[in-house]
Design a protein around this ligand. Structure first.
Ligand SMILES: Cc1cc2nc3c(=O)[nH]c(=O)nc-3n(C[C@H](O)[C@H](O)[C@H](O)COP(=O)(O)OP(=O)(O)OC[C@H]3O[C@@H](n4cnc5c(N)ncnc54)[C@H](O)[C@@H]3O)c2cc1C
Length: 466
């Protein structure tokens, strides 16, 4: 979907405004600039500003804000850091954005249990900075420094997911404010539980449509004894993808295995001032004991050599690794910089690993036959890859071409047993694809939404149709 029509809006009355002001004072804003900022994510999607923005500092405050919204039937749009990519924070029906980015406290750390509880506005980098001297780390790393509440809400993942899983595997429990203002706790700190419905997993990935997450309990990991990273260019993309497939099928526990095609490598070189070969390339990272890391690296190097991998360039010093992964994380902005003034239409699909080569090669063939610039990157160890259509949204022919290619890529992924999004989520951008993917289950998701939110005030117009 490229743009949505303006939806019927629910007016923010003077009475409701006065209630928000009495509760929050200056932390309730209706200023144009604040509203604009809160209606716009990092993608090409049409922004829709909310009518007001409430800056919350605690679970109790979120609950009080939600109660005012519920009384006036005002739509509520939760906001973490606004880095999502499918229009999730757009206020399609107006209403009040609840910004939790000021909820930045680390509430509890248990190194002995490898878990931590944080307020929803803590970002992934803030958490790792806090953990730095404990010997522990939190591995999920979307390219942006997103909030942990936002990451739970979109079921985010990143370059480490092939080894450590996604937010689905790493959220142990949540505190959630429901659409009527009630506060519930889901899950807990036990590593497993057979106690009732798994509400934690229901809220993880629900994109603010069922409630607002105010606290998150997360799994942590010990920093590995040895880490090494490498970059390896390939003669062609098939060789790079076959290396990934064979590595995963051999059970080698790589921590990161990322693909960048030749267009993306060119962009990364220019943006991050590097001089890698302009060729399909894999970025690797290995974690473990010194000997374990060496063994993994040797096995992967042998697989790569058989598939046309030309040479491994190693980064063992922490500062070199940081530079390498920062360049990878900046890939989106590097792609945009290829065409100054253009916008990005980022999209991702995920397929079973055995179908990855077919899906990527057919997608690359489509792009080659089109007029669009569309670098490809991927967390390929999970079967997940991304395209960024670098477009001018004011040119209808470019938008139509991007839509055509995107529709074909998603249809291809679904036909291969995959999903319309491995990590970016649905927002309002991919609802039609979710409907295709989920079939009858799409209606059941709507039933669930109605049960939690009968007045449809929580992030309406996203994920499910009500
Ligand atoms: C350069 C770049 C690279 C990226 N790379 C990745 C990647 O590798 N992997 C990946 O998964 N994503 C990636 N993303 C997308 C984005 O960073 C993730 O979707 C992230 O999880 C969004 O977090 P946020 O705090 O910015 O959430 P927001 O954008 O603020 O919100 C996202 C959605 O969650 C809802 N929400 C936010 N906070 C809460 C809350 N506390 N309770 C309930 N609902 C809430 C919002 O209403 C919205 O629907 C990337 C984005 C950019 C710009």
């Amino acid at each position: 979907m490229t743009a949505v029509q303006a939806q019927p809006r629910v007016a923010l009355t003077d009475e409701a405004k006065a209630e928000f002001k009495a509760l929050l004072g200056e932390r309730f804003s209706t200023s144009g600039a604040v509203r604009e900022h809160h209606g716009k994510d990092e993608s090409y999607h049409t922004p829709f500003p909310p009518d007001g923005v409430a800056f919350a500092t605690s679970t109790a405050e979120v609950s009080a804000i939600v109660k005012i919204c519920a009384k006036h039937k005002l739509p509520i749009i939760p906001f973490g850091t606004g880095t999502s990519l499918e229009g999730g924070i757009a206020a399609l029906h107006g209403g009040v954005c609840i910004d939790v980015s000021g909820m930045k406290e680390i509430l509890r750390l248990s190194p002995e249990d490898l878990d931590v509880t944080v307020q929803a506005g803590v970002t992934r980098k803030q958490l790792n900075e806090y953990l730095r001297d404990t010997g522990l780390f939190f591995p999920i790393d979307p390219g942006a420094d997103a909030s942990l509440g936002g990451m739970a809400s979109t079921r985010a993942s990143g370059t480490n997911a092939v080894r450590y899983g996604t937010m689905r595997e790493n959220v142990l429990g949540l505190t959630v404010v429901l659409p009527d203002g009630r506060v519930i706790k889901t899950g807990g700190r036990a590593r497993k539980s057979a106690a009732g419905y798994d509400l934690t997993r229901l809220f993880v990935g629900s994109e603010g449509t069922l409630g607002i997450i105010t606290e998150v309990t997360l799994r942590l990991y010990g920093i590995p004894e040895a880490v090494s990273a490498a970059v390896c260019p390939f003669k062609d993309i098939r060789g790079a993808v076959d290396t990934v497939i064979q590595t995963i099928q051999s059970g080698i526990p790589v921590a990161r295995i990322e693909l960048l095609d030749e267009v993306q490598m060119d962009a990364v070189n220019k943006y991050s001032k590097l001089d890698y070969a302009v060729a399909p390339t894999l970025f690797f990272e290995f974690h473990g004991t010194q000997r374990g890391v060496e063994e993994q690296a040797e096995m992967v190097a042998a697989i790569a050599a058989e598939n046309g991998g030309t040479e491994f360039a190693w980064a063992t010093r922490p500062e070199d690794r940081s530079k390498l992964w920062q360049a990878r994380h900046d890939g989106y902005y590097a792609a945009l910089a290829l065409r100054p003034g253009a916008k990005g239409w980022p999209t991702d699909v995920c397929v079973p690993i055995s179908r990855l080569a077919d899906c990527i090669l057919e997608t690359k063939r489509d792009i080659a036959q089109s007029s669009l610039l569309a670098p490809l990157v991927g967390h390929v160890g999970d079967g997940n890859f991304h395209l960024v259509y670098v477009i001018d949204p004011d040119k209808p022919e470019e938008m139509a071409e991007a839509k055509r290619l995107n529709d074909r890529m998603v249809a291809r992924a679904l036909a291969m047993g995959g999903t319309c999004t491995g990590e970016h989520g649905i927002g309002y951008g991919k609802m039609e694809f979710l409907e295709q993917e989920a079939g009858e289950a799409f209606a059941v998701m709507g039933d669930l939404k109605r049960a939690f939110d009968p007045d449809n005030i929580m992030n309406p117009g996203k994920v499910v149709r009500v």
